[in-house]
Design a protein. Structure first.
Length: 393
């Protein structure tokens, strides 16, 4: 057995301990979130619109290009730093968290991994500088059955012509660049899927209506219409017929981002409930002095910490280049469960006030629900975990 004194500081570092650069980044991100996002949360939720000037500030401060190397104009940060930013943004507003989540863990990440040198030079500076990205996989008949796509791509000279309809596309209203998945031949099943980089200005490409949602209302979720949309062959992302690999591997990483978002939602709901419990008086003293409330707060804080450990572990594994499929699925599943539980009990601490829009508790509960649904439902995460345990992945 190794002498404990001989172990390096790195090998004994707690999972949630941050390096100096990470700590400074989290503090700056928290300050930005509270100062710049916080004042607009209620209005954006009520109106169902994300402020354009906020997105401009996200670009200005480097949040939209966190995972993009400096050579392409990005911040050159780690995947873990992106997870930290998603968590801190979501602690204030889950809609803000998902804006930078999709940008960093899905769109930029996919181009970094699968893009050609020319595609990286063409698109990454835009994503780091002024262009919002969106990831267009889902359709009316393909949710958990992700590759049952009806959107078709047919070859025509030096182009592919895309026809179809996409649903539930996050960031679509604001996006200027889309990763669109289409099938070349349905008879080939998932092996017929190809990913295309589609500019918003492409003729035949239209962003349709925005969904009126229960939660993350400021985050745009829209349909896309493709009618003889012509995309040059050089805009194929990855290999022809290998779009399923782009989708699966990117979503595996994206789920860590959702886990971080749900940790942020849980923490935000808890922070408000904790403060309220110390202010609200019943029977002549703050309700935080009653053991029932104390135990409730203790249980919630423990669940949040457990969720954070899972999310941080998955993000650290990704940065280390180690397998994280099971750990990412566990993080996404558990963090979404915790967010819903914490937000619900936080609302109850407010009593009747929590059921009104005068306090933030009800919004956190509404925002938490999506965690069990998008980027792979909880059932799909459980299936992934089970297959991994049984050696069938």
């Amino acid at each position: 057995m190794a002498d404990p004194a001989s172990l390096s500081p790195l090998s004994t570092q707690p999972l949630t301990a941050l390096a100096e650069e990470e700590q400074m980044f989290r503090e700056a991100t928290r300050e930005f979130s509270e100062k710049e996002i916080g004042p607009h949360v209620d209005a954006m939720d009520r109106e169902g619109v994300f402020r354009h000037e906020l997105i401009e500030k996200f670009f200005e401060h480097g949040f939209m290009g966190l995972s993009i190397p400096e050579a392409y104009g990005g911040s050159g940060g780690t995947f873990f730093m992106a997870a930290l930013a998603i968590e801190e943004f979501s602690r204030v507003d889950a809609s803000a968290g998902v804006v930078i989540d999709v940008q960093n863990t899905l769109v930029s990440n996919a181009i970094l991994r699968w893009g050609t040198d020319d595609q990286k030079k063409q698109f990454l500076p835009r994503l780091a500088g002024d262009t919002v990205g969106a990831y267009a996989l889902s359709e009316a008949g393909s949710g958990s059955d992700a590759f049952a796509l009806e959107t078709r791509a047919s070859e025509n000279g030096d182009q592919y012509v895309l026809n179809g309809r996409k649903l539930w596309i996050t960031n679509a209203k604001e996006a200027g660049l889309f990763i669109v998945f289409a099938t070349l031949n349905r008879e080939l099943g998932y092996k017929g899927i190809t990913a295309f980089l589609v500019d918003r200005s492409t003729p035949g490409f239209t962003v349709g209506r925005k969904e009126d949602k229960l939660g993350i209302r400021a985050s745009s979720t829209c349909e896309l219409l493709l009618e003889d949309c012509r995309v040059p062959k050089q805009n194929i992302l990855g290999q022809l017929g290998k779009g399923y690999k782009v989708a699966i591997e990117t979503l595996n990483e994206g789920r860590i981002g959702i886990a971080a978002q749900m940790v942020g939602v849980a923490q935000g709901a808890f922070d408000h409930a904790l403060a309220y419990a110390q202010e609200r008086k019943q029977f002549g003293k703050p309700i935080s002095e009653f053991q029932a409330i104390q135990f409730q707060l203790a249980r919630l804080a423990t669940r949040i910490e457990a969720a954070r450990l899972l999310a941080y572990n998955a993000a650290r594994l990704q940065d280390a280049g180690k397998p994280f499929l099971k750990e990412g699925a566990m993080a996404k599943y558990f963090c979404s469960e915790v967010a819903e539980r914490v937000a619900s009990e936080a609302l109850e601490i407010y009593g009747g006030y929590g059921f009104t829009k005068d306090y933030p508790a009800e919004k956190y509960l509404r925002d938490s629900k999506i965690g069990k649904i998008y980027e792979g439902t909880s059932f799909m995460q459980l299936q992934t975990i089970a297959k991994s345990l049984l050696g069938r992945q």
